[in-house]
Design a protein around this ligand. Sequence first.
Ligand SMILES: Nc1ncnc2c1ncn2[C@@H]1O[C@H](COP(=O)(O)OP(=O)(O)OP(=O)(O)O)[C@@H](O)[C@H]1O
Ligand SMILES: [Mg+2]
Length: 306
Amino acid sequence: MLDNPGKPLVSVRDLKMHFPIYSGLLRRRVGEVKAVDGLTFDVMEGETLGLVGESGCGKSTAGRAVLRLYDITGGQIAIDGREIGDTPQSQLREMRPTMQMVFQDPYTALNPRLTVLHALVEPLLYHQPQLKRQNAIDQAMAQLLAVGSDAALAQRCPHQLSGGQRQRINIARALMVQPEFIVADEPLSALDVSIQAQILNLLAELQHQQQLTYLIFSHNLAAVEHMADRVAVMYRGVIVETGDVAQILGAPKHEYTRSLIAAVPRADTKLERFTSVDYIEGTTNNFKRIDIQNHWLGETLSPILI
Ligand SMILES: Nc1ncnc2c1ncn2[C@@H]1O[C@H](COP(=O)(O)OP(=O)(O)OP(=O)(O)O)[C@@H](O)[C@H]1O
Ligand SMILES: [Mg+2]
């Protein structure tokens, strides 16, 4: 439930993130990748906004850019009324506890040399250097239990954890500094189907308990349908359609959204083949949709569901 459905905690206007392309011996700049090219959206206090799109459409870049992990090419980002789009990195430090990220790959997001306890204590002591170490350890242990992990994991290193355990630790780490706003970049994509539902439920419980605001990037429409209040559909660095989950996934208006929904693999258990695979080409205003019917794979896939 939304605490205050009318007030945006995050406002993003015309956000752009272009990466230069260099070539030749002299590494001359020959072009740029417009990974994010004019994103505009709000995330209301206490809500979950799902940003969906195919691989490479700019989701991870957008997530990092919103939290100013990049120096952005253009646009405005306001978090709780404070404009951070052009704030120098040195001045962003005091804002960092408010906004945290759960990264796409739980395997590389944790420092392999740090134990779980160290990984949880580190951000706390970084932002609150005056805190007593024992106090930080107590808070880390409490957070470990709050995300449903076993206290015995505290002394393990990341390689000694399963994928699901790692993702819980990543979530715990993001929550150590008591943020209001969490960007979760494909929080389920690296996880086994059996663990995905647990992590989804955990995120929902934590949101309820701590009044968190989520911006979730995903290509998993089933997960977004389960979690999000509203959905924005992203294609090649821009948003093509925004609306309530039921409207976007049930009655999409934009051709790209329809293609994206149609592209979710459906298992046809009787015929053991996909009934339809759509390939999407073109530009934001000019879509070319190629339906490939009877695409034999030789095996039945489990439905991609939670
Ligand atoms: N640091 C970078 N330098 C140059 N190009 C980049 C950089 N990071 C991302 N890109 C490019 O930006 C585009 C968007 O990448 P991004 O990782 O944001 O996609 P994505 O939607 O998260 O994909 P996926 O669903 O596969 O994770 C891609 O074409 C990618 O090659
Ligand atoms: Mg990504």
